[in-house]
Design a protein around this ligand. Structure first.
Ligand code: ADP
Length: 272
């Protein structure tokens, strides 16, 4: 459905301004409605595949499950896998819808970027012993940014996860933490398959995957980078990517620095 605009009056300037303002609002509303419609379409499309797979397995079970133990166990485990996927899809969709304007809910949240980035780095080393992780931490002291800790962690995990997922040949990931006068920057670099120039602008779009089947194999829903981008932007940060196809990708996120902590100073002093 579409929202009808109002015809501008001929003479009265003030009234014309008001009408324009109102029409702008209607345009925005129209765009919002269209985005919602698109979202519902995307979601139903994404849910169709796992539902169809589960349906297929249920039909097999119904016909042959009682007599064939192999079909029984295969169909059950394949269905469970699809159910896990649907659960993660639902969780990620929730994360995405909550990722806009989160700063309103956590107006006083502060995070030490240095500490959290080091912690995420350590966790990835533990979880993926087959990978080589290297770290370049240029920050001399705890560096505070204005973001809820779990959200900052979530952004870094999405980027590190992707670096691991999309670099199976050369299993190396480099994390660097640096700053200039105003901003702290975290860069996650991998040396994997990279992203072609024609696809690079689309990786932040929801449900976009360069290779749908491969991402699906790795449990990807195409929502990670949209969630990361929404979170970063709602905390007034920036996120960008550079890549050379076949040589890897580097994702950079940056946030304005609130302050550097002096010895003895704590985050809690800032939050209150
Ligand atoms: P997912 O990883 O769940 O598919 P994302 O939104 O996190 O979804 O990423 C979208 C797509 O961008 C991925 O499917 C992949 O094609 C591409 N991509 C993301 N990170 C990288 C990376 N580090 N190297 C190469 N391609 C990447």
């Amino acid at each position: 459905q579409s929202v009808e605009r109002i015809a501008a009056p001929q003479r009265n300037d003030e009234l014309a301004d008001l009408t324009n303002l109102f029409n702008d609002m209607l345009d925005r509303m129209q765009r919002y409605i269209e985005q919602q419609e698109e979202f519902v379409e995307d979601v139903s499309h994404e849910l169709r595949t796992p539902v169809a797979i589960i349906e297929g397995h249920m039909q097999m079970l119904n016909r042959w499950g009682k007599d064939d133990p192999e079909i029984l166990s295969e169909s059950i485990s394949a269905s469970l896998q699809e159910i896990t996927r649907m659960k993660s899809l639902v969780q990620e969709m929730l994360d995405l819808s909550r990722a806009e304007q989160v700063d309103i809910h956590y107006p006083n949240a502060m995070t030490d970027a240095k500490e959290v980035a080091n912690q995420v780095f350590g966790n990835f080393k533990l979880i993926h012993p087959e990978f080589t992780f290297t770290l370049d931490d240029d920050l001399k002291a705890p560096t505070v940014i204005k973001i809820y800790r779990d959200h900052f962690e979530q952004i870094l995990i999405i980027l590190m996860d992707n670096a691991v997922k999309y670099s199976q040949k050369r299993q190396e990931v480099h994390l660097s933490i640096s700053r200039d006068e105003r901003n702290v920057e975290i860069a996650v670099q991998d040396f994997g398959e990279g992203i072609a120039p024609e696809n690079i602008d689309r990786v932040f779009n929801r449900f976009y995957r360069v290779d749908k089947a491969r991402s699906r194999d790795k449990g990807g829903n195409g929502l990670g980078l949209s969630i990361a981008q929404h979170l970063v932007e709602s905390y007034h940060g920036g996120i960008r990517v550079e890549s050379v196809l076949g040589s890897g990708a580097i994702f950079r996120v940056s946030f304005p620095i609130v302050k550097t902590l002096e010895p003895g100073e704590s985050l809690l002093d800032l939050e209150n």
